[in-house]
Design a protein. Structure first.
Ligand code: AVJ
Length: 323
């Protein structure tokens, strides 16, 4: 196996492009066309997502931030002194910073993300505020073993996985359990996890959060097609697709789709994909949990739920669990 460091940058980009192309071809070949939601987060997509987080209609980010600020001391106490904080999908690490600042002698912070630029900028920023903290940024997909293997092991310390933002909601219940089991298997007895989940609630509130009045979510969703056009040489006509999000009560999730407004054919890297009028590409799921349901999920994946915090309207929850 070749080391990442002796592969050229363009080599690596070429590998990424090939993986993206394969995923797109596979997804568009299914009966229900689908695209993996991780591709929503290129540079433009990440910027649009940051705009979503500030929207009045999108209650998740500010509600989670409120729970953190209201209960930071209790969370720090649950985590305890000398801990190593591991954050899969850390992005700009903005949520970890106040947490790290409130911990007693944090031993290290290990953020992982697919975007090296965002991660390295965040590391620089955190280093200026917490100069004594050991930070190891790991570039890669946190669902892959290599990304974890590249991080210093720090087995001797109490390690706590920090997984805020309801990212777990993007995974189907089966996949979510698989991911949590994988997290548990990377931890030792007594290690912990602090994880945020959006809660099941009034569908009107849920649907408004994913169909915001400023249409930022629509742009976020359609950016995926722009990205495919630009990176894979496709000819999606953006005026012939519309954003659609809705709550699916039986599946307890908000689904995001792109609806073809006409019967049309789209070419991706020389292959043609036919769309019926009204046919959709499923681009994201955002699962909503009940408090009890998520505690069951934790128990069934090797964790012991220790405590949780919520907002006064019970819109969102942060759970602390141990293995
Ligand atoms: C980043 C997965 C938490 O599901 O609410 C926001 C992504 N998609 N608006 C979510 C998202 C559309 C978001 N997560």
């Amino acid at each position: 196996k070749r080391d990442e460091s002796d592969r050229g940058e363009s080599d690596r980009n070429e590998g990424c492009r090939r993986g993206f192309l394969e995923d797109v071809i596979r997804g568009l070949s299914e009966l229900q066309k689908t695209l993996p939601c991780k591709y929503l987060y290129d540079e433009a997509g990440s910027e649009l997502f940051e705009q979503i987080c500030k929207l009045e209609d999108y209650y998740l980010t500010r509600t989670e931030a409120q729970i953190f600020s209201d209960h930071l001391a209790e969370m720090a106490q649950a985590i305890g002194p000398d801990a190593v904080i591991i954050e899969p999908g850390a992005g700009n690490c903005a949520k970890a910073e106040p947490l790290l600042a409130s911990l007693e002698r944090p031993a290290a912070y290990l953020p992982m993300d697919i975007s090296p630029e965002i991660l390295l900028a965040a590391r620089r920023r955190i280093h200026t505020h917490l100069p004594n903290l050991d930070i190891h940024a790991g570039v890669g997909d946190f669902t892959e073993d290599e990304t974890w293997a590249a991080q210093p092991p720090m087995e001797a310390r109490r390690r706590v996985i920090f997984f805020p933002g309801s990212t777990i909601g993007n995974f189907d219940p089966d996949q979510a359990r698989g991911l949590l089991r994988a997290f548990a298997s990377r931890l030792n007895k007594g290690d912990g996890m602090l994880i945020g989940t959006d809660l099941d609630k009034d569908p009107v509130i849920l649907e408004r959060a994913y169909n915001d009045s400023e249409q930022v979510t629509a742009r976020f969703n359609k950016n995926l097609l722009t990205r495919i056009n630009n990176e894979l040489g496709a000819d999606f006509d953006l005026s012939r697709f519309a954003h659609r999000s809705f709550y699916h009560p039986l599946r307890c999730r908000v689904e995001m789709h792109l609806v073809s407004l006409t019967r049309q054919s789209v070419s991706v890297a020389g292959r043609a994909f036919a769309f019926l009028e009204g046919e959709t590409i499923h681009t994201e799921n955002s699962h909503k949990y009940s408090l009890a349901g998520f505690r069951d999920t934790l128990r069934s994946t090797g964790f012991v739920p220790i405590r949780h915090w919520s907002d006064s309207s019970s819109h969102y929850a942060i759970h602390f669990a141990e293995v």
